[in-house]
Design a protein around this ligand. Structure first.
Ligand code: COA
Length: 170
C-alpha cells in the first residue's frame, strides 16, 4: 500500500460559537468543542483510510484558552501517524480575530481512530510519510502516545512499552 502524506488527510471546519453552545459565562462548552473535534477528526481519518473509521480513544485534550460567544473557530485535523488499522489524528483549534483575520492557536486534541469495512472488520491503512518538520515531530512522538493510551486502556503491559521506557532511560 502506498504511503500518504498528512496533508492528504487534512480536514478543515470553521464554526461560529452560538448561544446554545455556551455556559453561563458566555464561553464555549468543552463538550461542544469535543464534538466538533471528533467530527472533523473522523473526516480526516476517512480521507486517510478511504473507509469508515470509529473513535477508539481521545487523549491529550487541552483547553488552554476559553472561547467566547460569537468567536470564529477553525479546526484543522490531520493524521499524524498510522499503525495497522489505527490512526492518530491531531486537531488544532484556532480563533480568528474578526478585524485582522489573524488566527490565534487556542486548543489541541489527539484522537485515535480505527478503520473498519462495511462489516465492522478492522482494515489495514496506509502508512504516513511525514513531510514537514512539525509532521516529522508528531510522527515520531505518536508511538509513545499510542503506548501510553494502550497501557491506560489495559491493552498493553507497561513492560512492552519500549518507546516510553526509552524516554526514562535517556
Ligand atoms: C475501536 C474498536 C474498533 C477497537 O476494536 P478492538 O477489537 O478492541 O481492537 P484492538 O484492540 O485489536 O485494536 C484495534 C486497533 O486500535 C488500537 N487501539 C485500540 N484501543 C486503543 C486505545 N485506547 N488507544 C490507542 N489505540 C487503541 C489498537 O492499538 C489497534 O491498532 P492497530 O490495528 O493499528 O495495531 C472497538 O473497540 C469499537 O468498535 N469501539 C467502539 C467505537 C465507537 O463506537 N466509537 C464512537 C464512540 S461511542
Amino acid at each position: 500500500m502506498n504511503k500518504k502524506s498528512p496533508a492528504e488527510s487534512l480536514a478543515v471546519s470553521t464554526k461560529v460559537v452560538l448561544p446554545n453552545e455556551t455556559n453561563t459565562l458566555g464561553k464555549l462548552f468543552g463538550g461542544a468543542l469535543l464534538a466538533w473535534m471528533d467530527e472533523i477528526a473522523a473526516v480526516s481519518a476517512y480521507r486517510h483510510s478511504n473507509s469508515i473509521a470509529v473513535t477508539a480513544s481521545v487523549s491529550n485534550v487541552s483547553f488552554n484558552h476559553p472561547i467566547d460567544l460569537g468567536a470564529v473557530v477553525t479546526l484543522e485535523a490531520k493524521v499524524s501517524r498510522a499503525f495497522h488499522s489505527s490512526m492518530e489524528v491531531i486537531i488544532d483549534v484556532s480563533i480568528e480575530d474578526r478585524k485582522t483575520r489573524e488566527r490565534k492557536f487556542s486548543n489541541q486534541a489527539i484522537y485515535t481512530f480505527v478503520a473498519l469495512d462495511e462489516n465492522g472488520k478492522k482494515v489495514q491503512v496506509a502508512e504516513i510519510d511525514p513531510q514537514t518538520e512539525e509532521e516529522m515531530k508528531r510522527y515520531k512522538s505518536a508511538n509513545r502516545r499510542r503506548e501510553l493510551s494502550l497501557i491506560l486502556a489495559g491493552k498493553m503491559q507497561p513492560s512492552a512499552a519500549t518507546e516510553l521506557k526509552a524516554l526514562f532511560a535517556d
